[in-house]
Design a protein around this ligand. Structure first.
Ligand SMILES: Cc1cc2nc3c(=O)[nH]c(=O)nc-3n(C[C@H](O)[C@H](O)[C@H](O)COP(=O)(O)O)c2cc1C
Length: 181
């Protein structure tokens, strides 16, 4: 199973980036990370059937199409989804690469809520896109700070790592390999 990860944080020392890297470290199989920070702002004029998508959009669509499952790890901003991540998902609505794609949504926050608003909003958007949101693989991680070693920028808290492993197991169990393009 080939896993593609997307981070909703562009911050160099992102805690969600640390969660993402830790999950990929735990994952038994090929992985890749999409660079959604390079995407242009979504514009329906560039998204029609006759339009040639911008190169970064085409690259994202190919990466999603060839992945067997998606792992989205994101912070919450102002009780919502970071604009950069919503922008990436908007580019994938009409092109259809997310249809029936198994997806795990993980949000991490320094606060006790674990990014629950953003988590719920992401799941709703993905369901509207007909992605296969694997509820058992989704997580809201509260109080993320002390769970991470700033030196390695990885999760070091053992219960959190065990829970990430469980989440990935659920995602893998719900996934069948994508057809070769
Ligand atoms: C503009 C802004 C808005 C934020 N709003 C929320 C919020 O609504 N809920 C929350 O849990 N954290 C919020 N935070 C705190 C982020 O969770 C925190 O900065 C976190 O470290 C960001 O994730 P990252 O470390 O992966 O970049 C906000 C941070 C910023 C900069």
């Amino acid at each position: 199973m080939h896993l593609l990860a997307l981070s909703g944080s562009l911050r160099a020392r992102s805690s969600n980036g640390a969660v993402l890297r830790s999950a990929l470290d735990l994952f038994d199989g090929p992985t890749a990370t999409a660079d959604i920070g390079a995407l242009p702002h979504f514009n329906p004029d560039l998204d029609g059937e006759d339009a040639t998508p911008p190169p970064a959009v085409a690259a994202l669509r190919t990466a999603v199409a060839t992945a067997d499952a998606l792992l989205i790890v994101s912070p919450e901003y102002a009780h919502g989804v970071p604009g950069v991540l919503k922008n990436a998902l908007d580019w994938l609505v009409s092109s259809g690469e997310c249809v029936h794609k198994p997806v795990a949504v993980i949000t991490a926050s320094p606060f006790p809520t674990g990014g629950d608003h953003a988590n719920a909003q992401l799941r709703e958007t993905l369901r509207m896109m007909t992605a296969d949101v694997i509820t058992a693989a989704c997580r809201e991680i509260p109080a993320i700070g002390p769970r991470i070693d700033p030196a390695t920028e990885r999760v070091t808290d053992e219960p959190t790592l065990a829970d990430l492993r469980t989440a990935l197991t659920h995602l893998a169990a719900a996934t069948t390999p994508a057809p070769t393009p």
